[in-house]
Design a protein around this ligand. Structure first.
Ligand code: GDD
Ligand code: MG
Length: 352
């Protein structure tokens, strides 16, 4: 069997103030016509010949928003977390839940926060990874880096293997200088954050590299409350799962990893800068490269992302800027530094 799991419980703090704890970016309509989660589910539902079950793993607090996105009548299931324990725990949940169905299923683990232009090319890439994953590799999909982005994982491709490459190194979120060096060396790809593997392969990897995460997650699943639609993890058990990303806990260490160069075009929409770039690629810009959303008048501005949901916003003389004005909060920053909004979110959370 082929099972898809959607990781949907992140907070998307780099898109503050639009992305909030109660409604993070995966539930927003950012660039296309529907929310990122909705687009992700549609993509997975269109799997050619694979016909697998889809499970959304997300926050209990977002249950209503997830249910609203899952169309009525579909048999998409949910695993709901009382607290976020990062993506290694999510991968362990997916694997354990697949193994409880007995068969050694193939698992496609997907983020909920990406824009992928072509569903057909997405499935072509997945198909290219199936034989390697079936034989015990953890397959990831790589993109050619366009800039020294520090918000992504980097994969160094080794020898050609199967339909892709063996992986020499996996480095999660390097610093700026390292990212520049990786791009110069030319053998590096961005990690798309989409993974394909057998349940048994992942169980072995967890037992070898992160046995504590595995055991705590297993315990939490054993004590979970279940209904026909959802598995509700209980706080007292899930809380003790160490919060580490899948990339650090497993991908940086695993032995049999494989890279498939992605044939789809992809954007992480991880920051105002990447959202601005994507809108420009879709030609949603004025003659000076400004992306203007809402009631905005821009005079003598260029290459800026300006969004107002708080009445008329007028700006003049801005270049390469992000201005996000909402009813209760405003954020203004050079686009290139807009990811630093994360530090502001951290400060705000600490104040609470
Ligand atoms: N259920 C659940 N619980 N989901 C989570 C949690 C959690 O605690 N934390 C994050 N997620 C979800 C997010 O909603 C997102 O869809 C996905 O898991 C990935 O998490 P991010 O927090 O967005 O990761 P990232 O973007 O910083 O980094 C990952 O993705 C990059 C590409 O977008 C890594 O895999 C990088 O290596 C990769 O380049
Ligand atoms: Mg992300």
């Amino acid at each position: 069997p082929f099972l898809s799991f959607v990781m949907c419980g992140g907070s998307g703090s780099r898109l503050w103030p639009l992305s909030r704890i109660d409604k993070p970016k995966q539930f927003h309509r950012l660039s296309g016509k529907e929310s990122l989660l909705s687009a992700t589910l549609k993509r997975l539902q269109s799997a050619p010949d694979l016909n697998g079950r889809i499970t959304v793993i997300g926050a209990k607090n977002h249950q209503m928003q997830i249910e609203k996105t899952i169309s009525a009548g579909s048999d998409i299931k949910m695993i709901l977390e009382p607290v976020a324990r990062n993506t290694a725990a999510v991968a362990a949940l997916a694997t354990l839940s697949a193994l409880s169905g007995c068969d050694d299923a193939l698992i496609l683990l997907c983020p909920a926060d990406h824009d992928i232009s072509s569903t057909e090319q997405f499935w072509q890439s997945v198909a290219q990874g199936i034989s390697a994953a079936s034989r015990g590799a953890i397959v990831t999909f790589g993109l050619l880096p366009e800039r020294p982005e520090t918000g992504y994982g980097y994969i160094e491709a080794g020898e050609p293997e199967d339909n892709g490459y063996a992986i020499t190194r996996f480095v999660e979120k390097p610093d700026h200088e390292t990212a520049i060096a990786f791009i110069r060396q030319g053998r590096f790809f961005w990690n798309s954050g989409i993974f394909l593997f057998r349940a048994s392969t992942m169980r072995e990897a967890f037992l070898q590299f992160a046995p504590d995460i595995w055991q705590h997650t297993e315990g939490a699943l054993q004590h979970a409350d279940c209904s026909a639609e959802a598995i509700y993890l209980r706080d007292e058990f899930y809380q003790s799962v160490p919060a580490i990303s899948f990339d650090h806990a497993i991908m940086e260490k695993a032995d049999r990893r494989m890279l498939i160069p992605a044939s789809f075009s992809w954007s992480d929409l991880g920051s105002w800068q990447s959202l601005c770039k994507l809108e420009q690629q879709h030609d949603n810009q004025d003659d000076c490269g400004n992306v203007l959303i809402g009631d905005v008048i821009a005079h003598d501005c260029s290459n800026s992302y300006i969004r107002s949901e708080a009445g008329l916003l007028t700006i003049s003389g801005l270049k390469d800027m992000a201005v996000i004005a909402l009813k209760d909060a405003t954020f203004i920053s050079p686009l290139a530094q807009s990811h630093q909004v994360q530090a502001i979110v951290k400060e705000l959370t600490q104040q609470k």
